[in-house]
Design a protein around this ligand. Structure first.
Ligand SMILES: Cc1cc2nc3c(=O)[nH]c(=O)nc-3n(C[C@H](O)[C@H](O)[C@H](O)COP(=O)(O)OP(=O)(O)OC[C@H]3O[C@@H](n4cnc5c(N)ncnc54)[C@H](O)[C@@H]3O)c2cc1C
Length: 412
């Protein structure tokens, strides 16, 4: 696949995939057509899935644009399955937004599990073999290499991989999720953490996903057949901690008063502000960088994608808002960089699309405090898409997806 980190490339990929998004997607989406290492950069020949996630995750391409494009081409019924998949991301984000303690527990469990593995020679070696693709289990080692070398795995391969990691290899799911975050071009706190929890049996309590050899053989077209090598009847993982639902803080689509000297701060969670309710706001400057929580989590490939797509977002925003674009420092200098930018541009207000629960949230909490100490307001906004859909993620996806017909009517 061609992973060009621009909105233009994402839109071209969408255009190319639209003809496949109807019944072909519904019948073929579970098939992992595979990746050929000798073919170089990625799984070029994939036709059953879109490969759009790195663009959608950063909102280089919007969910609403994807849904509109496929329903315009096929009508509402044919691409139903594809639209349901696109809405999974919104469901996961809404679910996590209402249960931020799941994310906090994941972060602390990750540290705990990393220390446990590090201090136990056997576990340390097993973990290293899984990450390096040297377990001796051909399918798993192949997906491990594919992920490291391309930054992508088919959804079914992600499910098999997470299940084998957790139940056959007996490794902590938290470290598997963190390893995915390191390598996936589309790494997304909600989709990733909650999918791993779902596989482990922690999302829907007691219901876990157990990878089966027959299923792998069938959906890889016979390339792999791990008969006899997988855990047969593992128990679901169990965790007693409760995660009470919290209300989602209400946010406007755009700031209220336009007479305040404002700057627009981009994050890699929303790189298309010119196609949002912010489009009518006046900004004297736009800026963006990558905080330490982001640069410290992802490996070089996702970070390069982040940096290049941020550049793309800044260029488009500078044109759309007729404002100067400023590339802020990354890593530990990020917060100082935002403050310096705000002072230099004499801003009274910094406007941003609020990041959802994940790698950006802690930096934004610190940023709010630091800006307010300088008398600068941090005005967070949220797209109508998120505001309208998140509150429906109260229970399972089956309940959530009932919003889709109404959503399609509104988009039409
Ligand atoms: C263990 C595990 C970890 C995962 N981690 C991530 C992650 O970090 N980031 C991420 O974006 N997705 C994640 N997923 C979900 C899913 O695997 C990917 O979104 C999908 O494979 C992306 O490929 P695609 O664009 O070709 O998908 P397509 O099948 O073409 O789907 C179209 C779009 O729908 C969305 N989508 C499809 N399936 C899902 C899903 N199950 N959950 C959420 N959104 C979905 C994506 O935006 C995708 O681009 C994970 C799934 C599992 C099982």
């Amino acid at each position: 696949m061609d992973w060009t980190p621009t909105r233009q490339a994402g839109l071209e990929r969408l255009r190319a995939f639209v003809p496949h998004a109807g019944s072909a997607y519904a019948s073929g989406r579970n098939r992992d057509e595979g990746w050929e290492p000798s073919a170089g950069a990625g799984p070029d020949s994939r036709t059953t899935v879109s490969g759009l996630s790195p663009w959608i995750q950063r909102r280089l391409v919007l969910e609403s644009e994807v849904v509109r494009a496929v329903t315009e081409a096929h009508g509402p019924a044919q691409p139903e399955k594809f639209v349901q998949e696109v809405l999974w991301r919104t469901y996961w984000k809404g679910w996590l937004a209402m249960r931020p303690s799941v994310w906090a527990d994941y972060l602390s469990d990750c540290d705990r599990d990393a220390q446990r593995v590090e201090s136990n020679g056997r576990a340390r070696r097993a973990y290293a073999r899984a990450c390096d693709g040297e377990t001796g289990l051909a399918c798993f080692d192949h997906w491990s290499a594919e992920l490291r070398e391309t930054g992508y795995l088919h959804n079914h391969a992600r499910m098999w991989f997470a299940s084998i990691w957790t139940f056959t290899l007996g490794l902590p799911w938290t470290l598997g999720a963190a390893w995915f975050e390191r390598h996936l071009l589309d790494a997304d706190a909600a989709s990733n953490t909650l999918s791993w929890r779902w596989v482990a049996g922690l999302h829907t309590r007691g219901k876990h996903y157990v990878a089966r050899a027959e299923n792998i053989r069938r959906f890889t077209g016979g390339r792999f057949d791990p008969t006899g090598a997988l855990a047969r009847a593992p128990a679901a993982l169990h965790d007693d901690r409760e995660h009470p639902r919290e209300p989602i803080v209400e946010l406007p689509e755009a700031p209220n008063h336009s007479d305040v000297r404002s700057g627009l701060l981009l994050t890699t969670e929303d790189l298309c502000p010119e196609r949002s309710a912010l489009r009518d706001t006046t900004f004297v400057s736009v800026a963006g960088g990558l905080p330490a929580d982001v640069t410290g989590t992802h490996g070089s490939r996702p970070i390069q994608f982040h940096a290049a797509s941020l550049h793309d977002g800044l260029q488009r925003s500078a044109t759309a808002f007729a404002a100067a674009a400023v590339r802020l420092p990354d890593g530990t200098d990020y917060l100082d960089g935002v403050l310096a930018w705000a002072h230099e541009a004499a801003l009274q207000r910094v406007v941003a699309h609020a990041p959802t629960v994940g790698r950006w949230t802690a930096s934004f909490e610190r940023l709010a405090t630091r800006l307010s100490r300088s008398g600068i307001e941090l005005a967070l906004c949220r797209r109508a898409w998120d505001t309208q859909l998140y509150p429906h993620a109260t229970a399972g996806y089956f309940k959530f997806k009932k919003v889709i017909p109404d959503l399609l009517r509104r988009i039409a």
